[in-house]
Ligand binder design. Structure first.
Ligand SMILES: *Cc1c(COP(=O)(O)O)cnc(C)c1O
Length: 234
């Protein structure tokens, strides 16, 4: 089942790229493996996937220990400052930077561990109350402030779009994200790159790709529904 799902997702990515006149090599699929057992990650790994996304520090570090070292781990969940030290040298990219204080801690720990940390600034593009992330205007200021910190590099932007039945409802948000990324890129800020746009999940990654996503984060579409103990909703 996992292999079939994966092939389907890759085919959908190719189709969205064709529609948008983009090269599929511009789009990286991140397999979001949160809550899923290591055995399932191994199956997907054997099928060729090397990019995995986790949203909890402890789960990321546990799986990091158990799985091959050529995996690139993406930290996609809300990150607390006191946990930065556990993942700064394990995650290839932290997608969820939403404050200067968090960025300062990443900078501090990256220097302590003598690594360079790549990060994305998380934007709450739809302005949802329930979500982390900055407004577009705040994101521009934050990127500028982070640019001055040692050991940390802004590589682009990330957003979690609203949960919707019809992915077309999110198209305008994805478009706004692309515009924001182009605007920031035009400022030519030292130590800032805008080559990554992380947006699109199982429900809407094809639309996100049409609007310029370079990384899509797909969980359910590959691994199936998640089950959380004691909860019947995710
Ligand atoms: C869980 C999660 C995903 C994947 O969600 P699916 O709808 O299962 O594809 C993507 N991004 C983030 C930040 C997540 O927490």
């Amino acid at each position: 089942m996992l292999r079939e799902n994966l092939i389907q997702v890759q085919e959908n990515i190719n189709q969205a790229c064709r529609k948008a006149g983009r090269d599929p090599s511009e789009v990286t699929l991140i397999a979001v493996s949160k809550t899923k057992p290591v055995s399932m990650l191994e199956t997907v790994y054997e099928a060729g996937v090397r990019e995995f996304g986790e949203n909890k520090v402890q789960e990321l570090t546990e799986k990091y220990e158990l799985l091959p070292k050529d995996i690139h781990w993406h930290m996609i969940g809300h990150l607390q400052r006191n946990k930065v030290k556990y993942i700064v040298d394990k995650a290839c990219l932290i997608h969820s930077v939403d404050s200067l204080r968090l960025a300062e801690e990443i900078s501090r720990m990256a220097q302590a561990k003598q690594v360079e940390a790549d990060i994305l600034v998380e934007v709450n593009i739809a302005g949802e109350e329930s979500k982390f992330g900055m407004t577009a205007q705040e994101a521009i200021s934050l990127v500028t402030e982070i640019a001055a910190l040692p050991g940390i590099h802004v590589r682009g932007l990330m957003t979690i779009a609203p949960f919707v039945e019809d992915p077309e409802e999110n198209r305008m948000y994805f478009r706004k994200m692309k515009e924001l990324s182009v605007d920031i890129n035009r400022k030519n800020i030292d130590n800032v790159g805008m080559d990554i746009l992380s947006m699109g999940m199982t429900g809407d990654y094809m639309v996100a790709i049409e609007e310029g996503a370079t990384m899509v984060r797909v969980g359910t579409g590959i691994f199936g529904e998640r089950q959380y103990p004691g909860a019947d909703i995710q």
